[in-house]
Design a protein around this ligand. Structure first.
Ligand code: KIV
Length: 283
């Protein structure tokens, strides 16, 4: 399908779509057009991904690992995510920006969840929020949606529950796992979410969820049958040092590029090769 023929998205080459909205997610699913998402935590990366036509940017609590250097996403706070989300919003013209509700900011019930979502909307200008959990988070999602705030669900492997789940483990396997995943995904849809992330689940069961739900499914390691794909940008761009998950395809090696650039800069400063005349101001 050419960009011109697309009723939705197709990158910045689609002049008709000035701003991605939640209703475009629904239309994309109905029309069989795949949705693309990346995480982003700053103004510069957000403006590049937006210009490239990425449909939505998630200011994930993966910032705990990628920005703040924590071992898990559990310590991340709302106060830490608000300025990052505001910076990402300032970087976009077209993409839908989703703020991730951090651990401890919604589990206590619908009132707490709504307070958190309202803070994100008022203080950052984001367009939607995301929260982890299916059946267990349904009441929270319902309350936020009723207040007019779009919610993206997140089921399957949910990193904030790493310890409860017993580690970094694929979800939805076996009859029991599949039943749980389906129940969680349906609970999120019934609560009014506009889309749901499926993280680290086998492709076949992700395909079943995608067929059963009317809202789009967004895969993070859930295979090609989902309605869209989402990746953590530092994994995807080869910025992350160390191990990355098997489901990630790396589209660049910017970590190596930066390492080489920093080494050359150091060598040039030490040898006196930098700065040279072209970098100096005259009288
Ligand atoms: O925080 C994050 O980046 C996420 C995605 C991996 C879904 O929640």
């Amino acid at each position: 399908m050419t960009d011109e023929a697309r009723p939705y998205g197709g990158g910045t080459s689609d002049p008709a779509l000035k701003r991605v909205r939640t209703r475009h997610f629904q239309r994309a699913k109905e029309d069989g057009i795949k949705i693309t998402g990346l995480t982003s935590y700053d103004f510069l990366s957000a403006s590049i991904f937006d210009e490239a036509g990425i449909d939505f940017l998630l200011v994930g609590d993966s910032a705990g690992n990628t920005v703040f250097g924590y071992d898990t996403t559990i310590p991340v706070t709302l106060e830490e995510l608000i300025p990052l989300t505001a910076a990402v919003v300032r970087g976009v013209k077209r993409a839908l920006v989703v703020a991730d509700m951090p651990f401890g900011s919604y589990e206590n019930g619908p009132d707490e969840a709504l307070r958190t979502a309202i803070r994100f909307m008022k203080e950052t200008g984001c367009h939607a929020v995301k929260c982890e959990g299916g059946v267990r988070s349904a009441k929270q999602i319902k309350r936020i949606v009723r207040a007019g705030i779009p919610v993206m669900g997140h089921v399957g492997y949910t990193p904030q529950s790493e310890h409860g789940l017993g580690g970094h483990i694929i979800q939805g396997r076996g009859d029991e796992g599949a039943d749980q995943l389906l129940a969680d995904a349906h609970a999120v849809e019934d609560a009014g979410a506009f889309a749901v992330v499926l993280e680290m689940v086998p492709s076949e069961i992700a395909g079943r969820v995608t067929q059963e739900l009317t809202i789009p499914t967004l895969s993070v390691g859930a295979g090609p049958k989902c309605d869209g794909q989402l990746l953590v940008w530092s994994d995807w761009a080869g910025f992350t040092r160390g191990r990355i998950p098997r489901f990630v395809k790396q589209y660049a090696q910017i970590g190596d590029t930066l390492m080489q650039a920093a080494s050359e800069f150091r060598a040039d400063v030490e040898s006196g090769a930098y700065p040279s005349a072209e970098h100096e101001y005259g009288e």
